[in-house]
Write a protein that binds this ligand. Structure first.
Ligand code: G3I
Length: 322
């Protein structure tokens, strides 16, 4: 039987997975599945500022190097996630002890160091993650408070300085279909492009949790971003039901939705879809805040035992159809 990876490669399409660095280090079957079934990886946490920077003067690139090295050994693409985010900053980083200028300098050094280190290994970066709040206003993060909206201009500029060949993305959740939030993301990207900021693409995370974005509306949304001249990728897909509300045919419905999204991508000129984890046993939904009480914990393509689910076959078969 054809693997997912082979079906994707034949189609010139990337199917990526978020990678758990611990699993990669300890579980040979996880490593085998990843290399056999996917064409690309995104380190799930290893490239975030907190994990990378245990103290003010040191970087710990161990986990990130391991993921990047694995990808290189198995000829897989790497999406770098993420240079600038308000979450998972180092616990020692106390912004109130810095002036605004010092925060800018801190961020510049971080972007230069990390994007520079991986300039030849990482061809796509989520430069800025989740800068728009759910109400469509700019999110009031440490970066926004110190530097205003210009922090995005600066971050993309710094990334472009040290990784001129990389594709530089803005990435967000809840902006998958046409809605108030994606309107705000669209407006933000229009402003950035208008100011000449080197942004190449927009990542739609597509965490389909309970409320699954309508594929036709996703297509319409993709089209308007592409009309701006941006590339679009699906960057963090997973599909869950509200806890306690999964229907008897949940796995089949989940599979159908995955297939519809793949078909939407193929029709809309999107050539990369990443799922946010390899197997259900390690999904973030089982450990994140109140999410285990809110959603079913089986959103991915492989089950707890690492066996392919109906969703796996649906994605592979959708890629195989012409
Ligand atoms: O590694 C530490 C461990 O040393 C510590 O003992 C333990 C105690 O809490 O925490 C571990 O770190 C956790 C880390 O995941 C690795 O498991 C963090 O607490 C936990 O907050 C972190 O969650 C990650 C989350 O981002 C952080 O906000 C999830 O794994 C990751 O899937 C999730 O990914 C995000 C994307 O980056 C952006 N889009 C949304 C997506 C889902 O929230």
């Amino acid at each position: 039987e054809q693997t997912l990876r082979a079906a994707a490669a034949e189609r010139g399409f990337d199917v990526g997975a978020a990678v758990d660095a611990d699993a990669l280090a300890t579980d040979p079957s996880y490593r085998r599945r990843l290399a056999r079934e996917f064409t690309a990886v995104t380190p799930e946490n290893a490239l975030k500022m907190g994990p990378l920077r245990p103290s003010p003067d040191t970087y710990d690139f161990g986990d990130a190097d391991a993921v990047v090295g694995f990808a290189r050994a198995h000829d897989m693409r790497v999406r770098g996630h993420t240079l600038v985010w308000h979450n998972q900053t180092p616990s020692w980083f106390r912004p109130w002890e810095y002036t605004d200028d010092e925060i800018g300098e801190f961020l510049r050094t971080h972007v230069h160091t990390v994007a520079g280190r991986y300039r030849s290994a990482i061809d796509t970066w989520d430069v800025v993650n989740e800068a728009v709040a759910d109400d469509g206003e700019m999110r009031e993060t440490v970066w926004y408070d110190a530097l205003g909206e210009e922090y995005l201009d600066l971050a993309f500029g710094w990334a472009d300085e040290v990784a001129p060949d990389a594709d530089l993305y803005y990435n967000d959740y809840g902006a998958d279909a046409v809605n108030g939030k994606s309107d705000a993301v669209y407006d933000l990207l229009s402003r950035l492009l208008g100011r000449g900021v080197p942004v190449d693409g927009v990542g739609l995370q597509l965490h389909a949790l309970g409320d699954w974005p309508d594929p036709d509306s996703v297509a319409e949304n993709v089209a308007r971003f592409r009309d701006l001249g941006l590339d679009v990728e699906i960057t963090e897909m997973d599909v869950a039901f509200p806890a306690g509300e999964a229907p008897p045919d949940a796995l089949a419905r989940q599979a159908d939705y995955y297939a519809e999204v793949v078909e939407t991508c193929l029709d809309a000129g999107v050539d990369s879809l990443t799922v946010w984890g390899v197997d259900d046993a390690r999904t973030w939904l089982r450990s994140f805040r109140e999410f285990p009480e809110r959603y079913t914990g089986d959103p991915l393509l492989f089950d707890d035992a690492g066996d392919p689910k109906p969703a796996y076959h649906a994605v592979r078969d959708a890629l195989g159809r012409s």
